[in-house]
Design a protein around this ligand. Structure first.
Ligand code: PAF
Length: 281
């Protein structure tokens, strides 16, 4: 297991691997869980070499408290990666190594993909994500890069980013992994107590019910129904529910034949922000 902290050391190592054109990257912010493990396993299945980056990227946090409270568990993360395979490379740079003195994000035109849902509630979040992902992709030059569908909007934006910037990489989306009560796995779940963690299964129950309703009801009816349902729940505070076209992420008014839709939810549970989504058709 090799751990690199500087870009220079890492690039020296990667130089020998690039010619093989078979390098998988799993970018993470650490606090690794089964969801990340599934991305790492998929990357191992599909690539000869795999690198996991662990970096809590300050420019994608619009809320300082969220950044400060973000769990940092480096030795457990390294142990988890090692338990999957001893052959994985790990990149854990400092903020200074990544950004130098100017800790700031680029500004992208994601053609509207960043104007809805997470983008509406988290100022510049996707500019921050774009900045770090562009930096990692151009530094590491992976053949494939793996992202979870829990952050489906992020996944679509990263696909757009690689087109906008002509970065030759395959962006691969991987299915959401869930806790036993249905809550989508997330590093933020660590901040919930056991009771809330179980109660938060309500989010996925709502998404499944929304999927059922999608056959017979329109998007507006389903949203109204879900908003009412969350109002009655005393521990979960709904921030948004949206039903959108998965290509444009534009909220759906009418269903159009041959288009695919997904429902998205963001919720606060005991001060912790949770997101989830489901394919509707
Ligand atoms: O999804 C995440 O963990 C982060 O947004 C990412 C893609 C690693 C960029 O910091």
């Amino acid at each position: 297991m090799l751990v690199f902290e500087t870009k220079k050391e890492l690039q020296k190592k990667l130089m020998a691997l690039w010619s093989e054109d078979n390098l998988g990257l799993v970018p993470t912010m650490g606090a690794l869980h089964e969801g990340h493990a599934s991305l790492i396993r998929k990357a191992l299945d599909e690539n000869t070499h795999v690198i996991v980056s662990i970096f809590v990227n300050p420019t994608q946090f619009n809320n300082t408290e969220d950044l400060e409270k973000y769990p940092q568990t480096l030795s457990a993360d390294v142990a988890l990666i090692k338990s999957i395979s001893d052959d994985i490379l790990i990149f854990t740079p400092t903020i200074n190594e990544v950004y130098g003195k100017l800790v700031t994000h680029n500004v992208y035109d994601f053609q509207g993909l960043d104007k809805v849902m997470e983008g509406r509630f988290r100022d510049n979040h996707f500019n921050g994500v774009g900045t770090i992902v562009e930096l990692l992709l151009t530094l590491i030059k992976p053949t494939r890069a793996y992202f979870g569908e829990k952050d489906f909007q992020q996944l679509r934006i990263i696909q757009k980013l690689t087109k906008l910037r002509n970065i030759p990489v395959k962006i691969i989306g991987c299915p959401i992994v869930r806790e036993p009560h249905g809550l989508a796995m997330s590093s933020r779940n660590e901040r919930l107590n056991m009771e809330l963690r179980q109660k938060a299964g309500f989010i996925y129950e709502t998404l499944i019910a929304a999927k059922d309703k999608f056959g017979t009801e329109n998007a507006l009816q389903i949203k109204k129904w879900a908003i009412k349902r969350f109002k009655r729940h005393k521990d979960l505070d709904l921030e948004y529910i949206e039903i959108v076209d998965i290509e444009t992420l534009v909220p759906a008014e009418q269903k159009t034949k041959n288009k695919k839709y997904r429902a998205f939810i963001a919720v606060y549970a005991g001060g912790v922000r949770l997101i989830d989504n489901i394919a509707l058709n």
